[in-house]
Design a protein around this ligand. Structure first.
Ligand SMILES: *Cc1c(COP(=O)(O)O)cnc(C)c1O
Length: 401
């Protein structure tokens, strides 16, 4: 073997340290589709409270069938980037459906929301622009801003989480900027909190700023029809740019998109590098995602079930003596303190047939490690009751309740 041994040794040393720090991630192997109950690690049925499968569409018949049909009609893939010969009719249909769904003129898909965010920020930013980001924004937004800065020499800042005074202050400091862009998550994934979108829009109007919202955890989740944060607050059509994922509520496969005016979508088509130099979404994935959008449009009751399930679990877990972070989304984090405690709780819950991931530093602030419960429309009341019983048992043993 001629591979570089010291390179490998260096990596191994870092990995060992992750284990010592108890932040080494164990990957659980699933042997069934994402659903309320899954087969995991040969354990038989495990109740899953740790999935972004909010509407239960991962194993929805019409979504699976559409994917198979897409594969038959269009073959395995695009073998090319979009502008060469990688745009299929199913891509355009999906993009029209996504734009309609989130209340925008047009949209453009990417192979992930990560790509969509990087594509958007790094493409839109020009020298002299200023971008301000919520402190709890997703890693893909943070990296997209780093990239934008490196490429375009725009300036950036971070405002305190959902702190509108700080947002105003940061925008005021950048008064001379060519354009000012406000970047926020719709739902913050570690807290389950919803962005103060009406306030942000108001501030944007007063300061002639541009608003971009990443609705990855909100699409299919918020609003009566599941159309996201804008629908939740009654401001559909008022957000300049919405990005989101196809890898969560909308079927859970993969893919993301940027939605906005026709000009935004076309500008991304012309200029965005992940778009120009990387293959389009596989047609089978596009077909499944399109079926997922149609499903949500035809079944708003599924969104209501999700809402009711989240409310039911939130009340039950509170009654059981836990103190989840306050909120109204299906993300219900239970703060336990130290990282080791969160991981121990997660391990013990798994022994009791419930899979919930523990998150510690540096994903969340030091001392605020948590197990994050995520509720799905596919959970039955029995599932949720069973989960609460397991939490009670484990929480009692650990002295948390
Ligand atoms: C999950 C998530 C992403 C990444 O989505 P992918 O499509 O898997 O890349 C981006 N932004 C936010 C806010 C997310 O929650």
């Amino acid at each position: 073997m001629t591979i570089n041994k010291s390179f490998t040794k260096g990596l191994e040393a870092t990995i060992e340290q992750l284990k010592v720090d108890k932040v080494y991630k164990r990957l659980n192997h699933l042997d069934s589709p994402q659903a309320a109950r899954v087969k995991m690690e040969g354990r038989g049925e495990i109740l899953i409270l740790s999935s972004n499968n909010y509407l239960g569409l991962c194993d929805e018949r019409s979504v699976i069938e559409a994917g198979i049909d897409g594969l038959r009609r269009f073959g395995a893939g695009t073998a090319s980037v979009r502008f060469i010969c990688g745009t299929f009719t199913i891509h355009r249909e999906l993009e029209e459906a996504l734009a309609r769904f989130v209340g925008a003129e047009a949209s453009l898909t990417f192979v992930s929301a990560w790509n969509a965010n990087e594509g958007f920020t790094a493409t839109i930013a020009q020298e002299g622009d200023f971008i301000v980001s919520d402190a709890l924004n997703h890693a893909s937004i943070i990296d997209s801003m780093r990239l934008a800065k490196a490429i375009s020499k725009c300036t950036t800042a971070v405002f305190k989480h959902s702190d509108m005074d700080d947002l105003r202050a940061k925008l005021a400091e950048a008064k001379g900027a060519k354009r000012r862009i406000i970047w926020t998550d719709g739902i913050f994934s570690m807290e389950g909190a919803i962005a103060k979108l009406p306030d942000i829009l108001q501030i944007a109007r007063e300061t002639d700023s541009i608003v971009a919202v990443d609705d990855s955890h909100s699409t299919g989740v918020l609003g009566k029809m599941g159309r996201g944060t804008a629908e939740h607050f009654g401001v559909l059509g008022e957000v300049d740019v919405i990005t989101s994922t196809l890898g969560k509520a909308l079927g859970g496969a993969a893919g993301g998109f940027v939605a906005g005016s026709d000009a935004v979508a076309d500008y991304m088509t012309q200029r965005s590098r992940p778009q120009l130099f990387s293959n389009a979404l596989p047609p089978t994935v596009a077909a499944s995602a399109l079926a997922a959008v149609r499903f949500v449009e035809q079944h708003p009751e599924r969104v209501e079930t999700l809402r009711q399930n989240a409310l039911y679990f939130r009340n039950a877990i509170t009654e059981a003596g836990f103190k989840p972070l306050a909120g109204e989304t299906p993300i219900i984090p239970i703060i336990v303190g130290e990282t080791a405690a969160a991981i121990q709780m997660s391990d013990m819950l798994l022994e009791n047939g419930v899979f919930v991931t523990g998150f510690g530093f540096p994903v969340v602030p030091q001392g605020q490690a948590r197990v994050r419960c995520q509720i799905s429309a596919s959970h039955t009341r029995d599932d949720l009751d069973e989960a609460v019983r397991a939490f009670k048992k484990v929480g009692g043993k650990l002295g948390i309740i």
